[in-house]
Design a protein around this ligand. Sequence first.
Ligand SMILES: *Cc1c(COP(=O)(O)O)cnc(C)c1O
Length: 397
Amino acid sequence: MNPYDPHFETIAIRTQTEKSHNREHSVPIYMTSSFTFESAEQARALFADEIEGNIYTRFSNPNNDEFIEKMCLLEGTEDGVATASGMAAMFVSMAAFLQSGDHILASRALFGSTHQIITQILPRWGITYTYLDASSPMEEWERHIRPNTKMIFIETPSNPALEIIDIESLAKIANKYGVILNVDNCFATPYIQTPAKLGAHLVTHSATKFIDGQGRTIGGAILGSKELIQTVRFFARHTGPAMSPFNGWILSKSLETLAVRMERHSQNALLLAYRLQNHPEVNWVKYPFLHSFPQYELAKKQMKLGGGLVTFEIKGGIERGRKFLNSLKMLSITANLGDTRTIATHPASTTHSKLTDAERKAVGITDGLIRISVGLENSQDIISDIERAIEKSKEDE
Ligand SMILES: *Cc1c(COP(=O)(O)O)cnc(C)c1O
């Protein structure tokens, strides 16, 4: 890096793979499965870890390394590994450390597939778990740590209820018991929240969401100290969840615009939250940077902005929620988030429809809950489409 102390935007733009002899301005894509050795001696030294360098793209690749170098600088971690998807990052970040007999403590409202790993896959290898509500007081987290607890895994803000967990306080508890605190930072991105700077030991990402930000590709990252990442790298190198260099190139380019995008996502989201706040057809609105948000103080403390997600409860339950989706003209109905395009989801009738009422309630999903991933279209157009759909779904009642 440069001798001065660059800011977020500059790091995201100016961290670049060394130029080739072609003197390119924009980094090319290194679509190569392996790298040649200049001599048998160089090959020996590379395999023996005596020198650093590329051997094979399952281990490392210039595009993926550039993406990870940026992520480390932005999150404030020493090292990291790029993975083919967010789920590969979640799984590897657990499987690399946990073994039969270990216990994992996690917040209940997790991304669906992360929930399946913890409740269906890890138990096959004798790894048990305890779920706690994101809003549990810190004493509750401490009370549930067992002698065999190896990891605490959380998402904050949670999906879709947007509950916030105090990362700094939880990190203190994790340190007291020698437990690894693993934070999925997908919703906030390092522009808004840097868990490692608050004491988290691992920061995991689905780069598919706001990091790509344009709904084009799948990717993930695991970031942490040199020591922890050494364990992750060994596991990843031999089990093969490697990112494609093409995706590494896309995601490194995406990071160049992360700061401006997150500013606008958050601005549009706040405008929408303000507008829906006193809407007669809406029971409540949740957005971390609304004064009415129950954890507003904590949100302000650990987040730079409110982020791109807004949830609200439309009056009229499941049926009205379904009608609301059908009444939208511009917003997309799709199972993604963190896109330039605004996306609406109605968890009770779609992603979480298989859960029982009690299970939905436990993760904060009510029948009329609508989640909006606020995009980068003009805020007036986003608000108009949502207001129109609220009215239209009422007429149809
Ligand atoms: C999407 C998502 C994941 C999974 O990421 P993929 O890239 O889809 O594999 C994990 N955690 C959170 C919070 C997510 O939103």
